[in-house]
Design a protein around this ligand. Structure first.
Ligand code: FAD
Length: 382
C-alpha cells in the first residue's frame, strides 16, 4: 500500500541517508560489533549530514524541525540495512527528547551545540539491578546539599553508558509513603564527575555494536543546575516521553522485519532444493506472503501513530499497542525468515542471524510486552 505520510523532502533525505548507511555503516558494522561499541567519530559524521540535530532549534546548530518524520526516515533506513545501532538510537531517540522537552535556557546553551555537532554522546539510566519494570521502586538517591545533590546508587543495562558524556539518571530526591511515583527526579551526570564509575560493558546475545553498561554513583556531587525539569516530577516526564520512545522501537522492529523478508526473498530465489529454487515451493511463497501481510499491518499502525505523535495526540496506551504489535510481529517474521534460510540462517555471517539475535530485546527494553499489556488494559478500565 502506498504510504501517505512522507513528502518529496523526506524522500530526498531518505536517499542521502541510504547512501550514507551504505558507505559508513554497512561496511563498518562487523568491526563495531567486535569492539562492542560505535566509535565516537561516527556521531560526528552523522552530525555532518544533519541527522543529530534534526529537532534541535536552529540557533544551536540544529535543523529546528518539530516533526518526528525525518527521524523516522533515519531509523527506518538503518533497519532496512539490517543494522541495529542501539547506542546511537537511544542517544537521539530516547535521551535527546528529554533535553528538547525539559532543558532550561542555560542547559540548552551548554548542551545543545554538542548534540547538534556530534561531540556529545548521551545515555539514560533508569534500570537498577533490582528494579526494571517497576520503575517507581527506584532506590538510587539524590540528597540536596547546598547547591548540589549527592547521588548514590547502581544502574544496569544502560545503553551507551560506557561512552556517554551525559547520563540522565533517575533518582529519588524525596519519599512519599502514600505514592511511590512522587519524589523521583532526573539529574544529568557528566562523564568526568568524581564518583561516577563505569562498570563492565555487558556481553549480550545481540545488539553487539551497542555498549550496555553497569554504572555506579558513589557520592557523586551533581550541581543543582543539572536537574532536568522539575524536582520530583520524573515519573510524569518519563510517562510523557515513553510513547515516542516506544514508537521508535516499533519503527525499528518493523524496519528490521522488512529487511528480513527481503533477505529471505533473495535467498529463496537463489537456493536450490530438490533441484529447483526454494522460492518455487508453495510453502515458501505462503510463508513470505504471511510475513508481507504482517508487515503491512504493522506499517498501517506505525504510520497512524506517527501522525498522532506529530499532532500531539499519541496516547500511552496507543503507543503501547504499536510497540506490542510491531515487536511481537518482528519476532514472528524474523523467525520465519530465518527458517527459510535453513542452517545458513543460524550462521553469524548471515545478516538474518544478526537480525534474529538483535530482535529479541525489543520485547524487553522500553517496557516489556507484559508491561505494554498492563498499560493497554489499564486504558480499558481493567
Ligand atoms: C540490551 C538492553 C538495553 C537496555 N537499555 C537500557 C537503557 O539504556 N536504560 C535503562 O534504564 N534501561 C535499559 N534496559 C533495561 C530494560 O528497560 C529492562 O530490562 C526492562 O524494563 C525490564 O526490566 P527487568 O530486566 O528488570 O525485568 P523485570 O522487571 O524483572 O521483569 C521480569 C519479567 O517479569 C515480567 N513482569 C514485570 N512486571 C510485570 C507485571 N506487572 N505483570 C506481569 N509480568 C510482569 C516482565 O515482563 C518480565 O518478563 C536495557 C535492557 C537491555 C536488555
Amino acid at each position: 500500500m502506498q504510504r501517505t505520510i512522507f513528502t518529496e523532502d523526506h524522500e530526498a533525505f531518505r536517499d542521502s541517508v541510504r547512501q550514507f548507511i551504505a558507505k559508513e555503516i554497512t561496511p563498518n558494522l562487523p568491526e563495531w560489533e567486535a569492539a562492542g561499541f560505535i566509535p565516537r567519530d561516527f556521531y560526528k559524521k552523522t552530525a555532518e549530514i544533519g541527522i543529530n540535530g534534526l529537532q534541535i532549534p536552529d540557533q544551536y546548530g540544529g535543523g529546528g524541525i518539530d516533526s518526528f518524520l525525518f527521524n523516522t526516515v533515519v531509523y527506518e533506513e538503518i533497519g532496512y540495512a539490517a543494522a541495529s545501532l542501539g547506542g546511537f538510537q537511544v542517544h537521539l531517540n530516547t535521551v535527546l527528547p528529554y533535553f528538547l522537552e525539559y532543558a532550561g535556557e542555560e542547559q540548552r546553551d551548554r548542551w545543545f551545540p554538542g548534540f547538534a555537532d556530534g561531540s556529545l554522546v548521551s545515555a539514560i539510566a533508569m534500570t537498577e539491578p533490582g528494579i526494571g519494570s517497576d520503575l517507581a521502586g527506584v532506590t538510587t538517591t539524590a540528597v540536596r546539599d547546598g547547591d548540589d545533590y549527592i547521588l548514590n546508587g547502581n544502574k544496569t543495562f544502560i545503553t551507551g553508558g560506557i561512552n556517554a558524556d551525559l547520563v540522565i539518571v533517575v533518582a529519588r530526591t524525596s519519599k512519599d509513603p502514600e505514592n511511590r511515583r512522587k519524589g523521583l527526579s532526573l539529574l544529568v551526570v557528566e562523564g568526568d564527575m568524581p564518583g561516577f564509575i563505569r562498570g563492565r560493558n555487558l556481553h549480550k546475545i545481540g545488539m553487539k555494536s551497542s555498549d550496555t553498561a553497569e554504572l555506579t554513583f558513589d557520592n557523586v556531587r551533581v550541581p543543582a543546575r543539572n536537574l532536568l525539569g522539575e524536582e520530583g516530577a520524573a515519573f510524569k516526564m518519563l510517562a510523557h516521553n515513553l510513547p515516542q520512545e516506544r514508537l521508535s522501537i516499533a519503527i525499528t522492529g518493523l524496519a528490521t522485519a522488512t529487511a528480513a523478508v527481503n533477505l529471505a526473498i533473495d535467498y529463496a530465489k537463489e537456493r536450490l532444493v530438490f533441484g529447483k529454487p526454494l522460492a518455487d515451493f508453495q510453502n515458501t511463497k505462503f510463508v513470505l506472503a504471511e510475513c508481507a501481510t504482517e508487515l503491512q499491518a504493522g506499517q498501517a499502525l506505525v504510520d497512524q501513530a506517527l501522525i498522532a505523535l506529530d499532532g500531539g495526540t499519541l496516547t500511552p496506551a496507543d503507543a503501547a499497542k504499536v510497540k506490542l504489535f510491531c515487536t511481537e510481529m518482528q519476532a514472528r517474521v524474523i523467525d520465519k525468515c530465518l527458517q527459510v534460510h535453513g542452517g545458513y540462517g543460524y550462521m553469524s555471517e548471515y545478516p538474518i542471524a544478526r537480525l534474529y539475535a538483535d530482535a529479541r530485546v525489543t520485547r524487553i527494553f522500553g517496557g516489556t510486552s507484559e508491561v505494554m499489556k498492563s498499560v493497554i488494559s489499564k486504558s480499558m478500565g481493567l
